[in-house]
Design a protein around this ligand. Structure first.
Ligand code: GAP
Length: 462
């Protein structure tokens, strides 16, 4: 990472902690690697991200329904999905500083590639060919152990009191979509859906990630927003193109600059995949995967059919044609979207009296929509009026009441958490004309608005 990029990342991480967006987990116990907690503004931002995704994916679509499946599933699910046998990352240890490193990432940095399908032997062959050029990102030395494949599934000791799968551990789910596949038949039988249709889900997933860097980009516990779309085999690629377009447009609607997203086509496809693209975001550490949009053929349903012994077909009600639907998938992490939204919003602006940091979130993502201030905290009549207005506005918007410090300081704080509007109640409000000052976060322009007009004013703004 270049110095400016590193600085920008550090500034975002530090703002997140200072202003209550994201904290490293278990800090009072010395931390817990690759796990993060979302603070008061972080959880609002997360909720807004999930709301926007759900709106685009379920609310506005007649052909997609929602699901909330469990984190725990029968261990056989993870065998059928291929995760028990194949869900692994190649790991090597730096013999100098003992850092554990992802060999596929080290190879990528020197223009070589190792993919999921390769055996340990194949990966080590490529690794050996390039070892001299590779330096440990931690200590700069070039002395590594051989690569070893490391399974990413997180095991649990969830009780198996019936003993029917007692030799196998139960896992915390490694991806949410398996819960979708195993509910395909339930939804088909109960929700009046017809192919093509989709099932969408937001939920936690867990992976034993080896390298845990880059803040919330790669964590061991994270949330996914996944949608699996079931198609007729012949229409898979046509639907895939539509999904790709919809997902691109979604990020533009979310307020991301088009130059900050790009498509990355997978060259080495797993054997069942028809096509796979990622949408990458321009994070401070470079363009990296934000979302995967993949055409997966009928692999998922066929595997679950094989392992469960249940037919997972579709019978077309018009033609009576029977087939296993093909699946196209959209899969994105909440944390990666939150991080992209933070990067997109982070702005430093020169002012006459110094610099201001302002998080220019689009209004729909802003954690707090409106802050309400009494001009002076020691004037009970101002505080009372401000409370009255705050109590009204909070019925419709996430609001914050703030009477700490002077108004300048309060603006600074609200700018840093990205609040689009601040409303100040002063003596004119109570003694003269029942108006308040509304200050716009981005332009810093202020205007007087009648208290009775505030409802209409904000309805237009949001
Ligand atoms: N069902 C497909 C699937 O899970 P993936 O590429 O492994 O595919 C999909 O993950 C998305 O989930 C990624 O594009 C990313 O946004 C998010 N994701 C995956 N691993 C993550 C991690 N360790 N931390 C945060 N987000 C992660």
């Amino acid at each position: 990472m270049k110095k400016e990029q590193n600085d920008l990342m550090q500034k975002i991480v530090s703002l997140c902690k200072r202003r209550g967006f994201i904290y490293p987990s278990s800090e009072i116990y010395g931390g817990f690697a690759a796990v993060y907690d979302y603070g008061p503004y972080g959880v609002e931002l997360e909720n807004a991200v999930k709301r926007e995704w759900w709106r685009a994916m379920v609310q506005l679509r007649d052909d997609i329904v929602g699901l909330d499946s469990s984190i725990f599933m029968h261990p056989r699910v993870w065998e059928a999905s291929g995760h028990v046998g194949g869900f692994s990352d190649p790991l090597a240890e730096c013999k100098n500083c003992h850092a554990r490193l992802r060999v596929d990432h080290l190879l990528e940095d020197v223009g070589a590639a190792a993919d999921e399908k390769m055996s340990e032997e194949e990966i080590n062959k490529i690794f050996t060919e390039h070892k001299e050029k590779i330096k440990c990102p931690n200590c700069g030395k070039s002395d590594f152990s051989d690569a070893k494949k490391f399974n990413l599934l997180v095991k649990s000791n969830l009780g198996n009191f019936t003993g029917d799968w007692d030799k196998e551990p139960s896992y915390l789910r490694g991806e949410t979509c398996q819960g979708i596949y195993i509910n395909y038949k339930n939804i088909l039988d109960s929700a009046r859906v017809k192919v093509p249709f989709g099932i969408a889900q937001i939920g936690k997933a867990f992976r034993n990630e080896i390298t845990a860097r880059q803040f919330v980009f790669r964590t061991r516990e994270f949330e996914q927003m996944e949608m699996q779309y079931f198609t007729h085999p012949e229409n898979e690629m046509e639907e895939y193109e539509k999904l790709r377009q919809a997902r691109w447009q979604y990020y533009l609607n979310l307020g991301f600059k088009e130059e900050n997203i790009k498509w990355h086509k997978h060259e080495n496809l797993v054997f069942y995949a028809k096509e796979a693209y990622d949408i990458e975001y321009n994070y401070p550490f470079g363009f990296k995967e934000l979302e995967g949009v993949h055409a997966r053929g009928n692999y998922d349903l066929s595997q679950h059919s094989k392992f469960s012994g249940q037919e997972l077909n579709y019978i077309d009600p018009k033609t009576s044609e029977k087939y296993v639907p093909h699946i196209i998938e959209s899969s994105v992490g909440v944390g990666r979207t939150v991080l992209a939204a933070l990067c997109e919003a982070y702005t430093e602006e020169k002012m006459e009296d110094g610099e201001r940091i302002v998080m220019k979130f689009p209004r729909k993502l802003a954690p707090v929509k409106i802050a309400v201030f009494p001009l002076l905290k020691n004037k009970p009549e101002l505080v009372e009026k401000a409370r009255e207005i705050y109590d009204l506005l909070k019925m419709d918007y996430m609001c914050e009441f703030d009477d700490n410090g002077n108004v300048g300081k309060r603006y600074r704080r609200q700018d840093e958490i990205g609040t689009p509007f601040c409303v100040t109640i002063d003596f004119d409000t109570i003694e003269k004309d029942n108006t308040v000052t509304v200050r716009d976060r981005d332009t810093m322009a202020q205007e007087r608005v009648q208290v009775d007009e505030l409802d209409k004013y904000f309805r237009e703004k949001f």
